[in-house]
Design a protein around this ligand. Structure first.
Ligand code: NAG
Length: 203
């Protein structure tokens, strides 16, 4: 039952929303480690290629939301306000997970086990004061997606990463420096999600 709920929350969280709020990961160390994992997967099955998260787009999502032309400006302002209230932290990435077509690495604050959840609740509350409802994603599972194999190849690809679930490899860490509001659709030829607004945290 718990797995079913988690799965629904995950799928509901990621699909059907036009935008997301996230911590961008620009650590070359994390990028290199993810590249190694992706190369290993690619060796198992060439079909993986089109499902990989780009190394330049690695992030930990904070929340998801649906915006239209009317609400987009308010969302940019809300993000800047939300950024003022957030706590910075170094975040460790370790432990692979797999759910509903997502292969991800769990993310943990090094400073306080509840920090990422508190930040998420704070962002949600700030957006609410601007009249913008974010996702119903619950429970919040902070993670960095490595690949999303949702689609026709899901069954074929999913079991090929199952041995990663027992892989103790460390995936590095990064510092939360900012929070971003991004659109899901990466334009053809671009390397990263379009950034609508970014708020830098005072360190
Ligand atoms: C945009 O979204 C808001 C909030 O969901 C809604 O009230 C509004 O009618 C939408 N506007 C358009 C132009 O779709």
């Amino acid at each position: 039952m718990r797995l079913i709920l988690l799965t629904l929350a995950f799928v509901g969280a990621a699909s059907g929303y036009s935008h997301f709020i996230s911590y961008h990961i620009d650590s070359p160390d994390v990028q290199n480690r993810v590249a190694t994992i992706q190369d290993d997967l690619l060796e198992k099955d060439a079909l993986f290629e089109k499902y990989f998260e780009k190394l330049t787009s690695l992030h930990v999502s904070v929340d998801y939301l649906d915006l239209n032309e009317t609400t987009i400006e308010a969302a940019k302002t809300a993000l800047i306000e939300a950024g003022k209230k957030l706590s910075s932290s170094s975040v460790t990435l370790r432990g692979f997970g797999s759910l509903a077509g997502y292969l991800y690495v769990n993310a943990f604050s090094d400073d306080n086990p509840l920090l990422l959840i508190k930040n998420k609740e704070s962002v949600k509350a700030t957006f609410q004061t601007f009249g913008i409802q974010t996702s119903w994603w619950w429970p919040y599972v902070p993670h960095m997606t490595v690949a999303n194999v949702n689609g026709p190849d899901q069954l074929q690809l999913e079991y090929k990463w199952f041995n990663l679930l027992f892989d103790p490899r460390k995936m590095g860490s990064f510092e939360i420096k900012s929070i971003r509001l991004c659109a899901w659709n990466i334009p053809e030829g671009d390397e990263d999600y379009p950034i609508l607004a970014e708020a830098f945290l005072s360190l």
